[in-house]
Design a protein around this ligand. Structure first.
Ligand code: HEM
Length: 496
């Protein structure tokens, strides 16, 4: 009887309209067993043939919608952005009081004001101001790579963290064990490891948070307390460093300094909102960029001909006598196209970040309930063989026109999400990829590593991750191209 009443109530709520099609749910657990756990975006793309451009699933009380066509993504996430820009609720993040963190914040006033601040600080014209910092940090990265090439992934993480800290707070991190960077890393790891489905029972059974801590299985409560303290340190530590430096008159140009000055000049932004918006940048910008740059190393190993072609283009511009610069970009169409192909080939976030609806909606006669989790399968767009022939092959040429210019492909923006939640860091990403990629190509040669007997160690084109996809760790050989390019790394460069 209860089941019948629920079904009737549900039918009335959606006025008899069907939900988007999808695999048949089982009682109680719904589609839990249908959800793919590896490269789900590939399975969803296959399901498109069966269910069409919009499909749905139900898992433990969550209603999940997967958008498979560019049109549906634009129609819903952009044109109806007013009701498709929320984020799913995470009980554990609630316990950590992370409501201020922009990537996971609900669609409410605090997100709006923080987001306005980030859009202003990270707009294309402002991103240009931080190029000297990007160059200096990329150069320090080359030096680390020269000293310990086998730890390239660790150097990438350090580079990205150091660059974000310098741009955001004008703060130079220590080479090892930096206190602020260490805490930002710890918070990011804690959030990433607890957000995954099944990682914490409290996310699926939220009532658990109200049970006493002495019961078995309640460890998440002390973890949430630790996370809360850590988050405050991540927000306030480097921000207070800037405030003190401003009082002493020693603050370097940074997003924090400029935002604080604007707020002192009468902008409506409260100091706490500035601090929390900026405190969100490491979480949004570190692992994402590191994943894209790790894919670059993988690509260099798998496609030696691309590496050679890009190096030849660079040498023709710099004469091999200096490091490339941002101003060279217009004369480096192949390198430029290579950076675009990097974002397409092995996507960092193939399903973006989940959006959520704040109202019931109807699209093409299908009912989408309030609170639905909405995923945009961007991978399906950028790996559509009718748009990108041989989509699994790395081909920068696909972004070059017949007369040798770089194509402006608006579809590539799907790599950065949609609508009001579109990634605010995309301009910084654009310049970071260009400078790091061209610095590495100019100075190093990357190939398969050899074992003790001189045999090449095979490298698999394999990726891990549910939301953020990154290459499975692999070994490669990274050596300076020549004595002269080694000199370019050890020389001091002018960054201003
Ligand atoms: C290759 C690098 C990157 C990729 C592929 C990427 C991609 C994305 C995607 C797909 C989203 C979700 C958009 C949506 O919900 O529709 C996002 C959000 C976000 N990204 Fe990025 N991102 C990258 C780097 C960065 C960097 C460097 C920063 C900071 C400087 C950054 C800051 C953020 C923030 C704060 C959000 C949350 C926006 C919001 O919820 O309003 N990202 N990014």
């Amino acid at each position: 009887v209860l089941l019948l009443l629920c079904t009737l109530h549900d039918y009335r709520k959606r006025k008899g309209l069907p939900y988007p099609p999808g695999p048949t749910p089982l009682p109680v657990i719904g589609n839990l067993l249908d959800i793919p756990t590896v490269e789900s975006w590939v399975t969803y793309t296959e399901w498109e043939k069966k269910y069409g451009e919009i499909m749905s699933m139900q898992v433990l009380g969550n209603f999940i919608v997967v958008l498979q066509s560019y049109k549906a993504m634009k129609d819903l996430l952009e044109r109806r952005g007013q009701i498709y820009s929320d984020r799913p609720v995470s009980p554990f993040f609630d316990m950590m009081e992370l409501h201020w963190a922009i990537p996971i914040a609900r669609y409410a006033e605090q997100w709006r004001s923080g987001r306005r601040a980030l859009d202003r600080s990270l707009r294309q014209s402002a991103a240009v101001l931080y190029r000297p910092i990007q160059k200096a940090k990329a150069h320090a990265f080359l030096k680390n790579l020269l000293a310990r090439p086998e730890d390239f992934r660790e150097h990438l993480e350090h580079f990205q963290g150091a660059m974000l800290m310098a741009i955001t707070y004008g703060y130079d991190v220590e080479e090892r064990h930096d206190v602020h960077l260490g805490k930002a890393r710890e918070l990011s790891d804690l959030a990433a490891s607890t957000v995954l489905p099944g990682a914490l029972l409290v996310n699926d059974l939220p009532f658990l948070r109200h049970l006493p801590e002495w019961l078995p299985g309640m460890d998440f409560k002390s973890l949430a307390r630790h996370g809360r303290v850590l988050a405050e340190e991540v927000v306030n530590g480097p921000f207070n460093f800037v405030k003190e430096a401003m009082e002493k008159g020693t603050a370097r140009p940074s997003l924090a300094r400029e935002s604080l000055r604007e707020s002192q000049d009468g902008s409506q932004m409260a100091e706490r909102d500035i601090a929390t918006a900026l405190g969100s940048l490491y979480a949004g910008g570190s692992d994402t960029t590191v994943s894209a740059l790790s894919s670059f190393f993988l690509m260099l190993v798998l496609y030696p001909s691309v590496q050679k072609k890009a190096q030849a283009e660079l040498d023709a511009v710099t004469g091999g006598a200096r490091l490339p610069d941002f101003d060279d970009r217009a004369n480096l169409p192949y390198v430029d196209a290579l950076c675009k192909e990097l974002l397409r080939w092995r996507m960092v976030t193939p399903l973006g970040l989940p959006h959520a609806t704040t109202e019931d909606d109807v699209y093409n006669g299908l009912f989408i309930p309030k609170g639905a989790i909405v995923l945009a399968n961007s991978w399906a767009i950028l790996h559509d063989s009718s748009l990108y022939p041989e989509p699994e092959t790395f081909k920068p040429e696909r972004f070059i026109t017949a007369d040798g210019r770089v194509k402006d492909d608006h579809l590539l923006n799907v790599a950065f999400g949609f609508g009001k939640r579109l990634c605010p860091g995309r301009h910084i990403v654009d310049s970071t990829l260009f400078i790091v990629v061209s610095f590495i190509l100019a100075t190093f040669s990357v190939s398969k590593a050899k074992d003790d007997y001189g045999y090449e160690i095979p490298v698999e084109d394999e990726y891990t991750g549910m939301q953020l996809s990154q290459p499975v760790p692999f070994k490669c050989s990274i050596v300076p191209r020549t004595e002269a390019t080694k000199g370019l790394i050890t020389d001091v460069i002018a960054t201003e």
